[in-house]
Design a protein around this ligand. Structure first.
Ligand code: PGA
Length: 256
């Protein structure tokens, strides 16, 4: 299980230290990790290295991923951060194609495809976000949108596999109408996405399915079905370390 915290453009150095101090008060991380239940934190770029060092200092076995990256490896791209740079600060993966990137920064499926090519070339684990808007859902076009967003990216994964690499790839179903709205999708919706991925792209693709969008301590229990999802991408709720602990306790229990 992969429990990913997407902090978006939140948190300060001081808040990150306090967050880790709260999590460090829990002694089950080693046990959870052995059971392959992992917490992955996605801070803004400037805090990647700080977060890594602070986790190491407290012996916290968390994964660290970036929220975005450039489609190019190096050169005159002011303000961009490359896959190689992310590797350099020990990020293990990267979120790609989040709907906020698509909506506010004009990211296209072609951009996401170029980015995943670079991410895979550098061995970064990509978490590709996809999902329909309310309007697309109302029109009955949801599955068309899923396929359109995933198809070119899945092809890029195929090209990477053909080169002999086998970096895992995750797909976060994040319906735009569920992000930050308090209205999470239901298990039936997520099962439908899983079926669609299996049917259209095959079992391996469906095996990497995550869910994101208004996941909190209440909604998470009803969405937790191991055969369907490999984990969750959590925004607002995981800005609070106590909610992280509450959700881990609720889902994964105290037993070893
Ligand atoms: P949310 O955000 O959990 O606050 O809805 C999820 C996301 O955008 O990744």
């Amino acid at each position: 299980m992969l429990m990913i915290a997407n902090w978006k453009m939140n948190m300060s150095r001081k808040e990150i230290v306090a967050y880790l101090d709260t999590l460090a008060g829990e002694d089950r991380w080693g046990v959870w990790n052995e059971r392959e239940i992992r917490l992955v934190l996605c801070p803004p770029f400037p805090y990647l290295d700080l977060l890594r060092k602070e986790c190491v200092r407290r012996d916290l076995p968390f994964g660290i991923m970036a929220q975005n990256m450039a489609a190019f490896d190096t050169g005159p791209f002011t303000g961009e951060v490359s896959a190689g740079m992310l590797r350099d600060v020990a990020a293990e993966g990267v979120l790609l194609g989040h709907s906020e990137r698509r909506q506010y920064f004009g990211e296209t499926d072609a951009d996401v495809t170029r980015k995943i090519e670079r991410a895979l070339a550098f061995g970064l684990v990509p978490v590709v976000c996809f999902g329909e808007t309310q309007e697309e859902r109302d029109r009955g076009d949801a599955s068309v949108v899923w396929s359109r967003q995933i198809a070119p990216v899945w092809e890029a994964v195929g090209r990477d596999r053909a080169e002999g690499r086998a970096t895992p790839v995750f797909w976060a179903y994040e319906p735009v109408w569920a992000i930050g709205t308090g209205r999470a999708a239901g298990l039936a919706d997520v099962r439908e996405v899983s079926r669609h991925l299996r049917k259209t792209f095959g079992k391996e693709c469906a095996r990497g399915l995550l869910y994101g969008g208004s996941v909190n301590a209440e909604s998470v229990t009803s969405l937790f079905e191991k055969e369907t999802v490999r984990g969750f991408l959590v925004g607002g709720a995981f800005l609070d370390a106590r909610t992280v602990l509450c959700i881990f306790d609720r889902l994964f229990g105290r037993e070893s």
